[in-house]
Design a protein around this ligand. Structure first.
Ligand code: CAA
Length: 378
């Protein structure tokens, strides 16, 4: 199997790395500490085509493919994980509108997502009492003469404060996964209330908000995909989204390992660099090995998706392994830096806090295991 990067993949990776290191990384600490949404950084990414990496060029995308997207995401995440999650969810929204939307829906929203005219897109699936089990959602959409009325609450909505468009799931029929439809709701829609930003452990520059739909009227043209077919759109989107989060985890882990390696070279104890001690060497070696394994799983899933082959299980395996390995790498990086690693003076404490959510969002590690095991046993 050959999933080595093409010249286009490498070009996208180089462009992402240059921008991430020159512009984003120097601001990451300030963005995180000030809880500043990375609006300027996102617009810069859009100028480079990185807000629609796997989107056709006639809709404003870079049309560079899924492997290029994963490589770019890793570079951005190594610089700032908050900017990376904004990029990841917006790419996911642009891709699913391209795939499942009507031509009118795609032409209205996708070029705006790719160009940065919309700073972000949001994915509104989870609810206060329906996270791992979105089939249990309670938000409803009721048919009217001219459209639909949405009522209910959504929770954990990434970039909700800045999104130009929200993909929103709501119940239009029977209980369970078959009674769910999907809608495109624009920022500023009457009856859509954006709640207060969550006070999170990490990803503090990314905004995460609840949404309230209170008699929110949308036209017939807002229905996205087939009526009752919303759950499958969500699952398909999340399969791709999990490649994004796996890539984000690889990026954070790479940054943590680089910081720990630099420190191990410079810091001296007992008259020698601490990198001379086997205890430190083994931590670095384990992190590097797991990072390479995480990248291989992630790029395999991206490569399969890019070829139009089934990749659901591979995306879950990549997300499961990369997110858990990323957390281990960040823990080790803090350990290598010792007391300094525990302070805001070095970035590894931010990497550790940012890493934590990667085993939770877009499907917990437990949900990824469920997906993998169900496919094994089917
Ligand atoms: N692709 C397409 N269709 C799929 C699918 C997939 N990957 N997985 C399931 N389906 C289909 C099934 O074939 C089935 O179809 P039929 O109705 O025709 O039979 C239907 O969907 C229902 O499937 P299941 O019975 O398997 O559904 P389930 O209720 O048992 O749930 C699950 C399965 C895997 C646990 C799923 O609920 C899941 O992935 N949960 C986690 C949700 C999640 O990741 N949430 C994160 C939200 S986004 C986020 O984190 C915020 C952010 O912005 C970063």
């Amino acid at each position: 199997m050959d999933f080595s990067p093409t010249e286009t993949d490498l070009e996208v990776q180089r462009a992402a790395r240059a921008y991430a290191q020159r512009v984003i990384a120097p601001r990451a600490h300030e963005l995180s500490e000030g809880e500043i949404f990375p609006e300027a950084e996102v617009r810069g990414l859009a100028e480079l085509g990185l807000m629609g990496v796997n989107v056709p060029s006639d809709l404003g995308g870079a049309e560079a493919g899924v492997v290029a997207y994963s490589l770019a995401m890793q570079e951005v995440a190594a610089a700032c994980a908050s900017t990376a999650v904004t990029m990841s969810v917006t790419n996911m929204v642009a891709e699913i509108i391209t795939r499942f939307g009507t031509r009118d829906q795609a032409e209205r929203h996708v070029p705006r997502l790719c160009s940065g005219e919309y700073v972000a897109g949001s994915f509104a699936l989870s609810e206060p009492e329906a996270g791992s089990d979105p089939g249990g959602m309670r938000t409803t959409a009721k048919k009217t003469a001219t459209g639909w009325v949405l009522d209910g609450q959504k929770q954990w909505i990434t970039s909700g404060t800045h999104a130009g468009v929200f993909v929103v799931w709501a119940r239009t029929g029977e209980p369970g996964t078959r009674g769910i439809s999907c809608f495109l709701v624009e920022q500023g829609a009457k009856g859509l209330r954006i709640g207060k930003r969550e006070d999170k452990l990490g990803l503090r520059a990314s905004s995460t908000v609840p949404l309230a739909f209170e008699g929110c009227e949308v036209p017939d043209a807002a229905l996205f995909g087939p009526q009752g077919g919303g759950f499958k759109i969500a699952m398909t989107a999340l399969d791709g989204g999990r490649i994004g989060i796996a890539s984000q985890a690889c990026g954070i882990a790479a940054a943590a390992l680089a910081a720990a390696t630099d420190y191990a070279r410079q810091r001296r104890a007992f008259d020698r660099p601490i990198g001379d001690f086997q205890a430190i060497q083994w931590m670095l070696a384990d992190s590097r090995t797991e990072l390479d394994a995480a990248r291989a799983l992630t790029l395999r899933a991206a490569w399969l998706k890019g070829r139009g082959q089934p990749f659901s299980r591979e995306a879950s395996m990549a997300k499961l392994f990369a997110s858990e390995a990323c957390n281990r790498a960040c823990q080790k990086a803090v350990q290598v830096l010792g007391g300094y690693g525990y302070t805001r003076e070095f970035p590894v404490e931010r990497y550790l806090r940012d890493a934590r959510v990667t085993t939770i969002y877009e499907g917990t590690s437990e949900i990824q295991r469920t997906v993998i095991a169900r496919m094994l046993l089917a």
